[in-house]
Design a protein around this ligand. Sequence first.
Ligand code: ADP
Ligand code: ASP
Ligand code: MG
Length: 412
Amino acid sequence: MGVLVLKFGGTSVATVPAIENVANKVAAEIKNGHKIAVVVSAMAGVTNQLVSYCSEINQIFNPQEYDTVVAAGEQITSGLLALALQKRGIGARSWLGWQVPIVTNDVHGKARIRSIDSPALKTSVMKGDVAVIAGFQGVTPEGRLTTLGRGGSDTSAVAVAAALRADRCDIYTDVQGVYTADPRIVNRARKLNKISYEEMLEMASVGAKVLQTRSVELAMKEKVPLQVLSSFEEALGSDLPGTLVVDEGDIVEQEVVSGVTHSRDEAKVTLRSLPDVPGVAARVFGPLADASINVDMIVQNLSPDSKKTDLTFTVPRADLPRTLEVLKAISKDLPGTQIESSADVAKISIIGIGMRSYVGVAQKMFKTLAEKGINIQVITTSEIKVSVLISEEYTELAVRSLHTAYGLDHES
Ligand code: ADP
Ligand code: ASP
Ligand code: MG
């Protein structure tokens, strides 16, 4: 018995029968004696549709109004699930972000949660009513709607779990847990019973969209016990059928590499013939940071004459038009520099805590890709991760080859 936060993603609430299925799961957890807050996503496809309405009006849109539009999907689902619970005789009400309130900063489109200080929500949940909270959305201190970035309902759920000091946060989705690679690409991927917060954080940050990166960051910081599981199976969260995200010390058998991840959400930008003088990187990356554009992989080539250099970096694909705008604006200060860009790239990463103690892990990655004739354009590493940028057409081949090379394929 305790407080649980249950989060249901888009496919889990895609239709009215799916929402009825969710209501049955909530009812069963109540029968087990738990007090429940639910966080819901928009019905599958709805957020994409809302985003495309915005870009139909203008490719570069006003972020305040973008948020007003795209936050709408979650409002519908929270109301529908509350209705389905009420039909079952369960006390329930919907809560929109501003009603909780989930207060965020004002970085529209990818706002960060600042606080959830809600005595009313706590009282309601402790009384035994189910709080059905619209995920993905928040409100600035000035009262404008915000959204938390794509996949942001995961972060809403973890933040609510932290605020309610919940015993666990169950992330219900369309796969049975966290796998060694995206099961939609690698049919020999294995479900992990446990994964450490650190590995999950790296996996999410390099593209395993099963959890939004910030949700893992927050769970790690606030020590929220997290489980990823399927809403399409019989088992309930309390049966612990999914993947538990835990402290490193709780994992007995550590693999060298726990997972292979890919991301097609990348675009590559190259600045050619950039003046090779102190301060030039700051002149390029400063304005991009001011525009809230996350620069990820960076390489700077050695210049033969020490006067000019080439700088290559990656940005989220969705931010490429804005990136090019920012670069065009500053290129007047960088005479002779040419801007090139390409969206036909993918980032492939291997992640594992075991990398700290084994050598030759990265070498195996480079050798495996070379044997398949896949050219590496950019490389970055962290203590427990190696990422490479390759041509997008080789994504599946690269992920499957690496999955086999690191011994991750399941038997049979
Ligand atoms: P939801 O709508 O429930 O939030 P998402 O589509 O955001 O679901 O995330 C679930 C998807 O994440 C899965 O369908 C799967 O294709 C993808 N995915 C990518 N990498 C992994 C991984 N390593 N383990 C599990 N799922 C993964
Ligand atoms: N509906 C939002 C999205 O599609 C948030 C989420 O599902 O987590 O990105
Ligand atoms: Mg998601």
